[in-house]
Design a protein around this ligand. Structure first.
Ligand code: NAD
Length: 291
């Protein structure tokens, strides 16, 4: 019988990261009386967004971070939301601003992201932070790719020279993930919906990152034996089960290591949001060494 892959425990890694951030917050408070502050803006009633925002608020409170959720009605205008962002930009006690996506159709999300002070952009979506990441001078890195990289670095002493295939080219996951892998000296391929012979491309990879948004899409026989598989996907099946973009039951018999869904990348995403808030706190105060 084939050996099973090592299961990468993102839940435990995220708990450890949150505990470490909590200790840093306590030390900052003892030394300065200041507490880093994360402010989330939620427009409307999207059920998934409400769940995400509630857990962000709960986990921030657990580690002693100041946090606030600004809940605005679904009919909020773009001008009203921009005014809210401007007020948070101007408030010195606010270190991190996150506007939960998606936004209602009357609001242009790009315009809102562009309005966030890049120093407080803890999602890392502002053009300044996109450019900083692309030029190797990142401060605030999008949370899901950052969390995926932290899991990989815990697992593998060096990523240098590895063949990495990222499936998906979104601005939120695929592209920043590819940038980070490139900076870690991987040989990176970005595959997407127009890629020819996707199974053949994935079979080359020592390291696969799936960010497609299609349940159980990546099959076990696409995986090179012993490869490391990071499954970013979160998909709900008609029977209510949450599954990733990778067919876990098949891939676990072939891969060397794999993240489960749930309990893999997901918990790391929120932990990295808290980490980014701490990073923003230090960077805004000119403490570059800590950022
Ligand atoms: P997206 O829809 O913006 O991008 C999907 C990408 O997949 C696109 O670039 C597209 O080219 C590619 N794609 C689509 N069909 C394909 C095909 N047949 N073959 C190859 N590539 C194909 O999605 P996203 O925002 O990047 O999210 C991807 C997944 O990750 C979703 O399941 C989402 O729910 C999940 N996600 C999870 C977290 C987390 O915290 N774990 C965070 C963000 C997104």
């Amino acid at each position: 019988m084939a050996e099973q892959a090592r299961i990468i425990d993102g839940k435990a890694a995220a708990a450890a990261l949150r505990a470490q951030i909590g200790q840093e917050i306590a030390a900052i408070k003892a030394a300065t009386g200041l507490v880093p502050g994360l402010h989330v803006v939620l427009v409307g009633e999207d059920p998934a967004s409400r769940v995400y925002v509630n857990s962000k608020e709960k986990l921030a409170a657990e580690i002693g971070m100041n946090s606030a959720v600004h809940r605005l009605p679904a009919e909020t205008s773009e001008a009203e939301l921009l005014a809210k962002v401007a007020a948070l930009n101007a408030d010195d006690s606010v270190d991190g601003i996150l506007v939960q996506l998606p936004l209602p159709p009357q609001i242009d999300a790009d315009r809102v992201i562009d309005a966030i002070d890049p120093a407080k952009d803890v999602d890392g979506f502002h053009l300044v932070n996109v450019g900083r990441l692309a030029s190797g001078r990142a401060t605030l890195i999008p949370c899901t790719p950052l969390g995926s990289m932290l899991l990989l670095k815990q697992l593998l002493p060096s990523l240098a020279g590895l063949e990495a295939v990222v499936i998906g080219r979104s601005a939120i996951v695929g592209k920043p993930m590819a940038q980070l892998l490139l900076q870690a000296d991987c040989t990176v391929t970005i595959a997407h919906s127009r890629t020819k012979d996707l199974p053949g491309v994935v079979r080359r990879a020592d390291l696969v990152v799936a960010a497609v948004g299609r349940p159980l899409f990546v099959k076990g026989d696409w995986i090179k034996p012993g490869a490391t598989v990071i499954d970013v996907g979160i998909n709900r099946l008609p029977d209510g089960r949450l599954v990733g973009d990778v067919d876990f039951a098949e891939a676990v018999a072939v891969a060397g290591a794999i993240t489960p869904v749930p309990g893999g990348v997901g918990p790391m995403t929120i932990a990295c949001l808290l980490r980014n808030t701490l990073t923003a706190f230090h960077a805004r105060r000119g403490d570059g060494a800590r950022a």
